[in-house]
Design a binder for this molecule. Structure first.
Ligand SMILES: Cc1cc2nc3c(=O)[nH]c(=O)nc-3n(C[C@H](O)[C@H](O)[C@H](O)COP(=O)(O)OP(=O)(O)OC[C@H]3O[C@@H](n4cnc5c(N)ncnc54)[C@H](O)[C@@H]3O)c2cc1C
Length: 432
């Protein structure tokens, strides 16, 4: 009998638990350690921030569903993992041991890296449901007293889709509230061009997003480093190719939502051989850590090198489809170890993303992630908004009932007509 522990019950960790449960042997035990017992669907946070969703709409209590599926939930959260002892120290001082550990702890939000950034200071965030609810209060104040808005992401961020998404959703919400004419909007990003997305663009994301921003009167500053934020004012340094200062901008704002850079959570950061200097978990092509081969990792917390050189640090996003592929590969690889064989399943890490604008949107597919690609496709239309709602409903249902099949493979890829896009592939022999 083996004890398998999944650390983190977010978008990746919950489906990891379901797929691992389906893949493990009847005699094995599965425990999920999380901060709390509620799952919330992060991709819907931008809708919460403009009042289109309530917390309850996108939350699932995991206790009942996990109990029904025979999965133990430990909501205390991890204080620190001790990989050389195969032990997790929990926040209440107790410990649990594991035979196999799958780390799915998502991002630690590095607001402290820019003075004045974040919901404890002067800018809003949509990274967590708590932040999105706070952003909604600020949004309602903006509707009452319209003024300039700054949206975007700071240097080192690795999540750009939601920044664009939020700019367009806010534009739609403000138009519906009939105050858009009194809200000048600026998009600020470290990307070298609009639509880079940490992926050096996908299809014509540059053209599509620039055109959508022009149509919606959203100005932009690229190659932008946020030096500091003060109450109602953002100091932004636009840089040249070589990183030297091109123009300094002082941007006044009545409302601002800026995505921070991500790093690994404190419970796993700074462990020699396990994590890189930013605290992300180092893994091989089988999602497995080399120093601690009974540890796997999936989701935003894994280390991925940037796609090419850019004047400012621009991280690679880890989106739902990539995460689902990491989950499926990991379940197969842990099962291989349980069976006494070697891991062979490789996640393809293709990027598939639906960026909602509130009334339409842009979808893109990058296969593989790093150009040149076999599939490099982006498209715009009202159907993207409908597909995003479909994604939300399908995913939340899957979490509530404890299903383990994959959304994109079954729905979106059919719509996109690229069903041959494989979620994972198997190496012929281990280590190939
Ligand atoms: C605003 C936003 C919108 C996004 N929209 C999309 C989208 O539309 N489509 C898409 O494909 N991707 C989207 N993404 C990217 C990505 O899919 C999400 O970030 C996704 O939630 C990442 O899943 P994850 O499991 O890696 O991390 P998370 O979902 O963040 O889960 C991490 C979990 O680990 C837990 N945890 C953290 N520390 C500990 C600890 N010490 N002990 C125990 N548990 C811990 C947390 O409580 C949490 O439950 C979006 C990201 C953001 C921020």
């Amino acid at each position: 009998m083996a004890h398998i522990v999944v650390l983190g019950a977010g978008l990746g960790g919950v489906i990891m638990a379901y797929e691992m449960k389906a893949a493990m042997r009847a005699e094995d035990r599965l425990t999920v350690v999380n901060l709390g017992s509620t799952y919330t669907f992060v991709p819907s946070n931008p809708w919460v921030a403009v009042g289109w969703r309530e917390r309850e709409d996108i939350s699932v209590d995991l206790e009942g569903v996990f109990a029904k599926r025979g999965i133990t939930l430990r909501p205390e959260g991890a204080q620190r993992i001790h990989p050389s002892e195969n032990r997790i120290e929990l926040k209440d001082g107790s410990s649990i041991d594991y035979d196999y550990l799958i780390i799915a702890t998502g991002p630690d939000l590095a607001f402290d890296e820019v003075p004045g950034l974040g919901p404890e200071s002067y800018t809003q965030s949509v990274c967590t449901i708590d932040h999105a609810e706070k952003a909604r209060e600020a949004y309602e104040a903006l509707v009452k007293a319209p003024g300039p808005v700054v949206i975007g992401a700071v240097q080192g961020a690795s999540c750009y889709g939601p920044a664009y998404e939020f700019a367009f959703i806010l534009d739609t919400a403000l138009r519906r509230a009939k105050v858009r004419d009194r809200v000048p909007m600026t998009f600020v990003t470290p990307e070298p061009y609009v639509g880079h997305l940490g992926l050096d663009g996908v299809g014509d994301t540059k053209g599509l997003l620039e055109s959508a921003m022009r149509e919606r009167h959203i100005k932009w500053i690229t190659n932008a480093r946020v030096a500091r934020v003060d109450d109602g004012r953002m100091s932004v340094e636009e840089v040249n190719e070589d990183g030297s200062l091109k123009t300094a901008h002082e941007l006044p704002f009545a409302f601002s939502m800026m995505l921070p850079a991500f790093r690994g959570v404190p419970a796993v950061a700074g462990i020699e051989g396990l994590t890189n200097p930013r605290g992300f978990v180092q893994i091989d092509r089988y999602q497995r850590n080399a120093a601690y081969p009974n540890i796997f990792s999936i989701g935003v917390c894994v280390a991925i090198p940037p796609v090419g050189k850019t004047p400012l640090a621009v991280g690679v996003p880890k989106t739902g489809f990539m995460i689902e592929s990491m989950v499926t590969a990991t379940a197969k690889n842990v099962r291989a170890l349980l069976d006494g064989t070697e891991p062979r399943a490789v996640a393809t890490w293709n990027a598939v993303c639906l960026a909602d604008f509130g009334d339409q949107g842009i979808a893109f597919v990058a296969q593989p992630q790093i150009p040149p690609r076999n599939v490099n496709w982006a498209s715009q239309g009202k159907w993207v908004h409908a597909a995003k709602i479909g994604f939300e409903k399908y995913f939340l249902r899957k979490v509530r009932v404890g299903q383990s099949d994959t959304f994109y493979e079954n729905l979106v890829l059919d719509v996109l007509g690229i069903k041959k896009l494989k979620e994972i592939h198997m190496d012929e022999a281990a280590g190939k």
